[in-house]
Design a protein around this ligand. Structure first.
Ligand SMILES: Cc1cc2nc3c(=O)[nH]c(=O)nc-3n(C[C@H](O)[C@H](O)[C@H](O)COP(=O)(O)O)c2cc1C
Length: 377
């Protein structure tokens, strides 16, 4: 665990359901709505139940269970204006946005919300979205080279007047954006999240991102990513924070929770899941080392499109809280959560899981290890 963050309570984010079909590609009943009224109510509820961040995904084309989608930037701005404390993380693709346009949009959203705007820079896996819009689809590692330049430009325009940049993808000449983002003590600019699994994703995170977002992972898989990203960051005299995705199913007994998972997978929308599998394989084929990009995900994993079942937040509140705190010990600063029935599950999380997490964290601060090696289930 990073000592710098040891005393800081874990932060929680939720996936904003801004696309239809919920967070699992399954025909199981999901009491989750992608409309704005539902999301406004959800955001207020999440604020009251321990959530500090909400992430809106970006998807432009009807695909893999997400038949309809709201734009994350516009949707997040709406939610920022409807909330008081929640930070909204907006997903954006280099190659579709120009970094200066996103920087400008971000400044306005940040000012309107008192400094609650953040971005998740996603390098993209969905070739048809790019080619369908007539944009070039770069090879995997080239996409990440563009992402790195994109982030450097974003940060430069948010912090340095008269900013210059000369890259392979972007060129900026003596440019100043005015006004600048809302001043927030301890924050140099709106936070920059970026994620993936591949070596390229880890290197970009180590070099330029504030936060590395991981798809769902078991303990060892997460530790491996943290170790890699920290090594790159250390070479560059930086620290990076870590967010980990997990789909949470809390029930009174472990058997009940596992039964819900079984039903989700049994009722999977097979055609959509197989289509998604083909798309992500295509997108990952050109990684330089074949790592990453859902490389080892099985059918059941892909029913939650960001490998959220792999984090194993499925069981009783007690079991889930122990796992969450074990991830904290392994370097997680933030847990990003998806749910089946958002309004019910977010409240249940705040009432039943979060208090146990906070108790275990307090114990961790006191003793260094409340769980004991291997005690996390
Ligand atoms: C937490 C998280 C959120 C993501 N959100 C989006 C998104 O909204 N839209 C998108 O096209 N890709 C999204 N991605 C996908 C990544 O940009 C990337 O394509 C994927 O993780 C595969 O990365 P890799 O090729 O480095 O393994 C997200 C990834 C993570 C980890």
């Amino acid at each position: 665990m990073s000592d710098a963050h040891r005393a800081e309570p874990l932060k929680f984010a939720y996936w904003v359901p801004n696309v239809s079909g919920g967070l699992v590609t399954s025909k199981i009943e999901q009491r989750t709505d992608f409309g704005f009224d539902y999301n406004r109510e959800l955001a207020a509820l999440a604020e009251r139940n321990g959530f500090e961040y909400a992430l809106s995904q970006v998807r432009y084309a009807s695909s893999y269970g997400a038949a309809q989608q709201h734009d994350p930037a516009a949707f997040s701005l709406g939610l920022l204006l409807a909330t008081e404390r929640l930070k909204l993380i907006v997903a954006a693709h280099p190659g579709l946005w120009h970094p200066a346009i996103l920087a400008k949009f971000g400044i306005t959203a940040d000012l309107l919300s008192g400094g609650r705007f953040a971005v998740n820079i996603v390098s993209g896996w969905f070739k048809d979205e790019f080619t369908g819009l007539g944009e070039p689809w770069l090879e995997h590692d080239e996409r990440y080279r563009r992402t790195e330049e994109f982030i450097r430009v974003l940060r430069g325009l948010w912090t340095r007047p008269g900013f210059d940049f000369s890259g392979d993808f972007y060129r900026i000449h003596d440019f100043s954006l005015r006004p600048q983002p809302h001043p927030v003590p301890g924050r140099a600019h709106p936070e920059i999240f970026q994620g993936g699994n591949s070596t390229a994703a880890r290197q970009v995170a180590g070099r330029v991102s504030d936060w590395y977002f991981s798809n769902g992972k078991d303990f060892d898989g997460f530790t491996e990513q943290v170790t890699d990203v920290r090594a790159v960051a250390a070479e560059h005299g930086r620290t990076v924070r870590f967010g980990l995705n997990g789909f949470l199913i809390a029930r009174d007994t472990e058997a009940q929770a596992r039964d819900v998972l079984r039903q989700i997978v049994e009722q999977a929308d097979t055609e959509a899941v197989e289509g998604f599998r083909a798309a992500v394989r295509q997108a990952g084929k050109s990684t330089s080392d074949g790592k990453g990009m859902w490389a080892d995900s099985g059918f059941a994993d892909l029913v939650q499109y960001n490998d959220g079942f792999r984090t194993g937040l499925i069981g009783t509140p007690e079991q889930i809280a122990h796992r969450i705190v074990e991830y904290k010990k392994r370097g997680a600063d933030l847990i990003l959560l998806g749910f089946l029935h958002y309004l019910d599950d977010v409240e249940h999380f705040g009432r039943h899981v979060l208090p146990i997490v906070r108790e275990l964290e307090a114990e961790l601060d006191r003793t260094g290890d409340p769980l004991g090696a291997g005690n996390a289930r």
